[in-house]
Design a protein around this ligand. Structure first.
Ligand code: 9G3
Length: 577
């Protein structure tokens, strides 16, 4: 492709609305153009990356026996009413009426549609296992779309759905997709982790998220340094603390702590360590009852763990009024002593003695508070956020390491949630009617491209992994006024394409320096540079974008040299761990 004929106007300045690096670079390299909040046009070069990622996904899923189809983006409300999700989702589900006043939504996901498709086709267990997938635009009306393709409102997702005769078969499908995902992300040249994630209140089922490691990732992931236990911080389990033999329990005493609310302020004022405090969080449940959750002063409540323990879909921190009515005192001075509401406490609280807690009274705290003597805990559990460096709950040697991740894929066990509610059944070998056991699997295609940039860049721009680069080679002609150089450049252009390589030929009438900057910004893996000076020595130059390595080669050896360099890069990138 010739740059002079292409649609690729790079930007020198960083657009101010772009907060993350990948968003800045995608805009500067003219890969995307925003048309509305969270809604983008994939510009020609950006779309080539999308197509490369889709190609890898298709190859790996087809190899697994998955079958591609394409479902509608517009979905009728009826099937969402069957699955009882029409009233469950709020404004994130973009709804509208057609000319006859019928209700529709822009599909944010396709469980209902695929279950409707399969229930019409499925009769016998002999048709299972079945794994159908599509690569399709989704729409989720995010309240704050940001970071470009990372959190858009309309985005391209590969979503797959598996149908099996029973849980055991469904488990096989789940792990087949799990390993297919690992192959996909390795081939995309990404360093990633499969992470045990929170599967919501649905007990028993589990899910893994695939995170690309990047400091700008929004998710926090904890991974054991020794065994391979890796979990999203929302789910990461905490090792139960070792039992501590208490010393003697002192007399409880109320102390004035004027205006001291935070753990650090109270600890400093009373000259104790934060871990001597019991932090009391008051939550209101869906039915407006209040509960208290206690954690040690140096720990944080893990709301997802509490919500799942209670089997709730929603759980929120009590507001001032709810705190007042539940504890009798203002926020910032809450404590368990004298509380009439249900109290959950993290295991670490069980090992505390002579602790400090709020006195449910303005500017007052209790000291020498002892669990069971001074307050009753209804249940102890793992209710806190795990932290880096603490011991792994799964093995004896390891400690948690914390890293930031960008979630690019998810694999879910769905069980019969949709097949029951939407009557997607089959006759088993005994002629008995059974609901299909389902799984669903998503990859954010645009988000994978953005995550690849977050993980592959330097001060000059993008450094594309070979397998998802929009082109293989950037061919720079430094002297387009010179016939000999033009002829050599065209020969190279043809020679490289004959090797089956995708070439972007910078034949623009601009200064060399400008071409070098653009080549580094756009980030193709290999640059081939042809100019008068080099040709005088009968040489052209090859530059590897990732490490800046340059080598002068006679033009006729360039295609083979480039092919070899690309294969070497591919090798390294696919082995990334
Ligand atoms: C909605 C809206 C937003 C949503 C959903 C439904 C997330 C919704 C979860 C999933 C699960 C899997 C198949 C591919 C992989 C993920 N956000 N989810 O169901 F109506 Cl507005 O989408 N679906």
């Amino acid at each position: 492709m010739r740059m002079s004929r292409y649609l690729l106007n790079t930007l020198k300045e960083v657009p101010r609305e772009a907060e993350t690096l990948s968003h800045q670079l995608m805009l500067r390299a003219c890969m995307i153009k925003k048309i509305a909040a969270g809604i983008y046009t994939y510009m020609p070069m950006g779309y080539r990356v999308i197509r490369k990622i889709e190609g890898i996904i298709r190859e790996e899923l087809d190899r697994e026996g998955c079958i591609e189809l394409l479902m509608p983006a517009v979905q009728p409300a009826e099937i969402w009413k069957e699955s009882k999700r029409w009233d469950f989702y709020g404004k994130e589900l973009l709804r509208f009426k057609d000319r006859k006043g019928a209700d529709f939504c822009m599909g944010p996901t396709h469980e209902e549609v695929i279950t409707d498709v399969v229930r019409r086709e499925l009769k016998s267990y002999k048709q299972l296992p079945l794994n159908l997938y599509q690569i399709q635009s989704k729409f989720r009306d995010e309240i704050r779309p940001r970071y470009g393709l990372m959190r858009g409102r309309e985005f391209i997702m590969k979503d797959a759905y598996s149908f099996d005769v029973n849980d055991e078969a469904s488990e096989k499908s789940y792990w087949a997709m799990y390993h297919a995902y690992a192959r996909i992300f390795h081939r995309c040249g990404l360093k990633f982790r499969a992470v045990e994630a929170d599967s919501g209140a649905i007990g028993g089922s589990y899910t893994h998220e695939f995170h690309v490691l990047a400091d700008t990732g929004e998710d926090t992931v904890l991974s054991c340094s020794h065994c391979d236990y890796t979990a999203n911080i929302e789910k990461a389990e905490c090792r139960k603390p070792d039992h501590i033999e208490h010393g003697d329990l002192h007399q409880i005493e109320k102390k004035e702590t004027p205006g001291k609310k935070s753990v650090d302020d109270v600890a400093e004022f009373l000259a104790v360590k934060p871990e001597a405090l019991i932090k009391t969080m008051i939550f209101t449940l869906e039915d407006d009852t209040a509960i208290a959750v206690l954690v040690r002063g140096d720990h944080e409540v893990n709301e997802v763990k509490v919500r799942n323990y209670l089997g709730l879909n929603a759980l929120e921190l009590a507001d001032e009024e709810a705190i007042q009515s539940a504890t009798g005192g203002p926020s910032g001075f809450s404590g368990p002593v004298g509380l009439k509401i249900r109290i959950l406490a993290d295991f670490a609280v069980q090992e505390m003695s002579n602790a400090v807690t709020g006195a449910n009274e303005k500017d007052m705290h209790w000291v020498n508070v002892n669990p069971e003597r001074d307050f009753k805990v209804s249940e102890y559990g793992d209710f806190r956020l795990a932290q880096a460096k603490e011991r792994c709950p799964r093995c004896e040697e390891g400690r948690y390491q914390q890293f930031k991740g960008i979630e690019v894929g998810q694999v879910f066990r769905l069980g019969t949630k949709y097949s029951e509610s939407m009557n997607c059944k089959f006759l088993d070998e005994n002629g008995k009617e059974k609901p299909a056991v389902m799984g669903c699997y998503g990859i954010g295609v645009g988000r994978t491209a953005a995550a690849a940039i977050e993980q592959n860049n330097d001060e000059n721009g993008i450094v594309w992994p070979v397998n998802i680069a929009p082109f293989d080679v950037m061919l720079l002609n430094l002297d387009i006024q010179d016939d000999a150089v033009n002829e050599a450049a065209l020969d190279l252009y043809e020679g490289l394409r004959k090797e089956g390589l995708d070439v972007l030929y910078d034949d623009r009438d601009v200064r060399a320096g400008f071409k070098f900057k653009d080549a580094d910004l756009i980030g193709l893996p290999i640059q081939v540079i042809v100019g008068k000076r080099g040709l005088k020595e009968g040489l052209a130059e090859v530059k590897v974008r990732r490490n800046g390595e340059r080598v002068k080669v006679s033009p006729q050896d360039i295609p083979a040299k480039v092919e070899a360099l690309l294969n070497g890069l591919k090798e390294q990138e696919e082995q990334r761990r």
